[in-house]
Design a protein around this ligand. Structure first.
Ligand SMILES: [Zn+2]
Length: 324
């Protein structure tokens, strides 16, 4: 069979990419990923993960985390996706403050946001999360996800990586004051996850949106409740943040504008899969017929889009049955 020059070139590039990946693999195990704190307001800092899905190359550094320096200690929001990254986040905090770490707020129990908790537990921090994470942690999904992460993120996730539960389960929204700063923990789940919390630091008008907002990549939707997710975004805008730190992607000084990508993606999924569910078209056909070109080139498209579409298809079937 003849191979066109263009195809030959593509094959050569692919082989080269594989060879580079193989060559890079041993050193990747020893090279620390750089976790750099960025100040976004008077008291608030964050670190920004890379944009693709979790892989050996990015060592699982695919999500954001942040911290707030108060006169009475540090509050951390999320802990990143491996124990080593938790340590790296702690080191990033220590590069700007020696104050005690008082509390870690987990915006939601997805692996890329909480596997780094052991570093903070060792520091004596109290971990807070919404009680809706309990079913996930105590069910079969969390161990299955851990298994998957052990495969994808070895050696950074291994048989010693614990699924640490919070020290305090929150019943709903709550607020506290530390070092003169007001923290509002607003429960907006189930939306992206059953236990979604957004965290607003009132004096700084700085808001951690958790994974209600993704920028720079296709969001992870899975079996999320996208109807409630869209409603939760309105709640987020009501907080009128000066700076918003999304779960993935760069911090934003224009929350309304930077919500648009996630919102439009969810609407697109719901419209395409909703129509298919209503027409009782099988999922495979619906997926093939949908024009995915607006998202095709985005990071994480291959890893997330099909599962997002399938989860949304099932959701739209349920929603359409409820209507009848
Ligand atoms: Zn998530």
């Amino acid at each position: 069979m003849a191979v066109s020059p263009e195809r030959g070139l593509r094959l050569a590039r692919m082989l080269l990419a594989c060879a580079c990946a193989l060559l890079a693999a041993p050193s990747a195990a020893t090279d620390a990923i750089s976790v750099t704190p960025v100040r976004v307001s008077e008291h608030v800092w964050y670190v920004q993960g890379q944009s693709g899905p979790a892989s050996a190359a990015n060592q699982g550094y695919i999500s954001n985390a942040g911290f707030v320096l108060t006169s009475e200690g540090v509050v951390v929001i999320d802990a990143l996706g491996t124990p080593a990254l938790g340590q790296a986040l702690l080191a990033a905090i220590r590069s700007v403050s020696a104050a005690p770490i008082k509390r870690v707020i987990v915006t939601h129990y997805h692996s890329d946001h909480f596997y780094g908790l052991p570093a903070f537990k060792s520091e004596g921090a109290e971990i807070w999360a919404h009680k809706s994470a309990r079913a996930y942690l105590e069910g079969s999904v969390a161990p299955a996800r851990l298994e998957q992460r052990r495969r994808v993120l070895a050696p950074w996730v291994d048989e010693n990586t614990p699924l640490l539960p919070p020290d305090r389960w929150l019943e709903g929204s709550t607020s506290f004051v530390l070092g003169g700063l007001h923290f509002d923990l607003i429960y907006v789940g189930p939306a992206h996850a059953p236990d979604d919390l957004v965290v607003n630091i009132r004096e700084d008008q700085a808001l951690f949106s958790g994974d209600l907002v993704f920028s720079g990549r296709v969001p992870y939707v899975g079996d999320a409740d996208s109807r409630r997710w869209l409603a939760a975004m309105d709640e987020l805008l009501r907080q009128n943040p000066k700076v918003m730190i999304p779960g993935h992607g760069a911090a934003s000084s224009d929350a309304a504008a930077d919500l648009v990508f996630t919102r439009d993606y969810l609407r697109y999924l719901r419209a395409a899969m909703g129509k298919a569910a209503e027409d009782m078209m099988p999922f495979e056909d619906a997926y093939k017929q949908t024009d995915w070109s607006p998202y095709l080139e985005m990071p994480a498209f291959d890893a997330a889009n099909r599962a997002n579409a399938y989860g949304t298809y099932l959701l739209m079937e349920r929603e359409s049955l409820q209507k009848q």
